[in-house]
Design a protein. Structure first.
Length: 165
């Protein structure tokens, strides 16, 4: 009978095979990461370019100004007339306002030209709301007709109509 083999094991072949598999896998992974970085680099550059453009003071000034002007237009003109606007009416309004921006710009009146680009953008914003909502502003519980009558004849006169038999 012979006992367990107590001769030392030669693991060099195992070590060599493991090292080769590890390095092959590592090299393949490194190559794949390099390829991904090559693909991602232009995307990151484009993202940085767009963020710089969007976050510029001029762009933010325009966006803030347009948002404020949208609210101003609704408060100033109401929504009664907007409900009756057809798409071509919106088109002509935007064209009219853009024409005012053009005239001011050509005349060298930068301040007016900038204002009219904002008012044109706001008109487009209100048109967008009209398309999405069917109106320029949702007013649950509020009557456009009542608001129109109150602005034309005063709230007291409209209230007296409610008291009439």
């Amino acid at each position: 009978m012979s006992g367990p083999n107590t001769a030392p094991l030669d693991l060099s072949a195992f070590d060599e095979a493991f090292t080769r598999l590890y390095l092959d896998g590592h090299n393949k992974l490194a190559d794949r990461l390099d390829a991904l970085q090559t693909q991602i680099a232009p995307l990151l550059a484009e993202l940085a370019r767009l963020q710089a453009m969007i976050n510029s003071p001029i762009t933010l000034e325009y966006l803030r100004g347009t948002a404020n002007e949208i609210v101003h237009q609704v408060e100033r003109w109401g929504t009664v007339h907007d409900r009756a606007k057809e798409p071509q009416d919106w088109f002509w309004l935007v064209g009219y306002l853009a024409g005012k921006a053009l005239a001011a710009h050509l005349a060298g009146n930068t301040e007016k030209a900038l204002h009219h680009t904002i008012s044109t953008g706001a008109a487009l914003g209100n048109w967008h709301a009209h398309i999405r909502l069917g109106t320029s502003e949702m007013q649950p519980g509020s009557s456009d007709l009542q608001q129109f009558l109150e602005s034309a004849f005063g709230a007291d006169a409209v209230a007296k109509l409610g008291d009439a038999p």
